[in-house]
Design a protein around this ligand. Structure first.
Ligand SMILES: [Mg+2]
Length: 177
C-alpha cells in the first residue's frame, strides 16, 4: 500500500537497498507470544509461529546478494533457531534500544542509511524506521507506526508481510518480474 509515498518514490528507495533489517514480534510473527509447558530447566517454552513464505523470501534475498538481519527487543531461543534455519547471522536480541543494533550492523556492512530497509510494527521501531532509507510496516502494525513509514504491506505480520516487502525490493531492483 503506497499510502504516503508514490509507488515510484518507494521503488527508487527500494532500488538502493542492500541490507534488510526485520523486527520479530508482529513482523516475522503475528505478535502472539505463547508460553508452553516448562522445559527440563524449568523455563517456560516460548512458542512463535513463522510464515513459510516469509522464510523463503529471506532465503532468496541471500541468494540474490542481499543481507537480512533481525533486531528484536525481546530474547527468545526460537528466534535464534528460526534465524539459523534461514541463514541469518546478524541477530540482535534484547535490543530495546534498536538504534544501537542498527548502527552496529550498518557499520559491519559499511552501508549508508539509504542502503538499509527496515520493517517494524511498534513505537520502539520508530527511531530505526525514521533512519532507514526504506521503511515499512505490516498492515497490522500500530497506527502511529503506519503513519510514519514509506510502505504498508497488504499482508499481516507473521502472514506474508515480510515476503511482500522483500518482493517489492526485488521488483525495484529488477531481480524478479
Ligand atoms: Mg514488533
Amino acid at each position: 500500500m503506497y499510502k504516503f509515498r508514490s509507488k515510484q518514490t518507494v521503488f527508487e528507495k527500494a532500488r538502493q537497498v542492500k541490507l534488510i533489517l526485520l523486527d520479530v514480534d508482529g513482523v516475522l510473527t503475528n505478535g502472539d507470544i505463547t508460553y508452553g509447558k516448562l522445559n527440563d530447566d524449568g523455563d517456560p517454552v516460548e512458542i512463535k509461529t513463522f510464515d513459510v513464505h516469509d522464510g523463503y523470501g529471506i532465503v532468496q534475498a541471500f541468494e540474490k546478494g542481499l543481507t537480512v538481519g533481525i533486531i528484536t527487543a525481546r530474547n527468545s531461543k526460537v528466534v535464534q533457531l528460526r534465524a539459523e534455519e534461514l541463514g541469518i547471522t546478524d541477530v540482535y536480541q534484547g535490543s530495546f534500544n534498536k538504534i544501537d543494533a542498527y548502527e552496529d550492523v550498518k557499520k559491519k556492512y559499511a552501508v549508508s542509511d539509504n542502503e538499509v530497509a527496515y520493517m517494524g510494527d511498534d513505537l520502539f521501531d520508530l527511531p530505526v524506521l525514521q533512519r532507514a532509507g526504506l521503511s515499512a510496516a505490516p498492515v497490522t502494525a500500530r497506527p502511529e507506526v503506519k503513519r510514519k513509514v514509506d510502505y504498508i504491506t497488504k499482508a499481516s505480520g507473521g502472514k506474508g508481510a515480510v515476503r511482500e516487502f522483500i518482493d517489492l525490493i526485488f521488483k525495484a531492483k529488477g531481480l524478479i518480474e
